[in-house]
Design a protein around this ligand. Sequence first.
Ligand code: GLU
Length: 331
Amino acid sequence: MRRGKTLFMVAVFLLTLVSLSYGKRIFVTIGTGGITGVYYPTGGAISKMVNEKFAEYGIKATVESTAGSVYNINSVLHGDLDFGICQSDRQYEAVHGLAEWKNKGPQKNLRSVFTIHPESITLIASVNSGIKSVSDLAGKRVNIGNPGSGQLQNSKDVLKAFGISLKDIHPEYVKAVEAPMLLQDGRIDAFFYTVGHPNGNIKEATSGRIKVRIVSIVGPNVVKLLKNHPYYAKAEILRKFYPMAVNTKNIETVGVKATLVTSKKEPANIVYAITKEVFENLSKFKKLHPAFAVLTKKNMLEGMSAPVHKGALRYYRESGLIKYIPKSLIK
Ligand code: GLU
């Protein structure tokens, strides 16, 4: 009888412990991109940093594979995702109510946290398509990107800068994850993907039976493009990352940056914890993906357009990094 009572008490105690720890657990979701891109492992790397301190924060972060930048910004604003990774150019357009946000207007609740690796507008073409420059895309079957991705608008901007309209090509709108297979099957001639390097997607596209070229995006049209859009900059894709491509030199193109965003409504303690753990463990974080090699605490605060979230600001003040943040982003 006594034994039964003791067992009962132990069970009650254990149940209380379990419910207490569940009560404290905060689930956080980070929206990324296709699993062969760099956003997906980046979301994983950010999650790892904060999950390792579960005992301190009670945060359990997980990643979601999504359609990409535009989807992530909108989902963060709707409260469907806590955080999202997005291109610096899409962040700018959302804040200013341009491009995809032209009808909705400026997205006032968008908040930036920090910026991450550089991404390049990457144009991949089969050698037998004869495509050696953007101008050669006329008349070809080109995947310009899925709705919700960052690359969709980048492809349109590049084509426009070269005087090519969507009517001049046969556009496809499929996810980047499917593009290498379509190219290798000869069902498309080329595809655009705005992505960090190296990545599994371009490795897959360049290592099949069909020979593939990474096409440079250069010339006077690009000068015009850079002039018209403040967030585009010259960039280079290192040939050594893709030894199976037919390129013999590094590839000149146009680039942006990956950034982490959230909503104004996200609790400050969560944003603080994520920011702090990534910055305080930056050398460990950088080992998680080769695209992170160039990251410094300073350059991770460059390229933001949305006001910085107050939870992140708390860490930047504490650590003295606040000096790198433009005054206009501190609200
Ligand atoms: N830049 C792409 C996008 O915004 C995603 C790239 C990646 O997943 O690494 O959709």
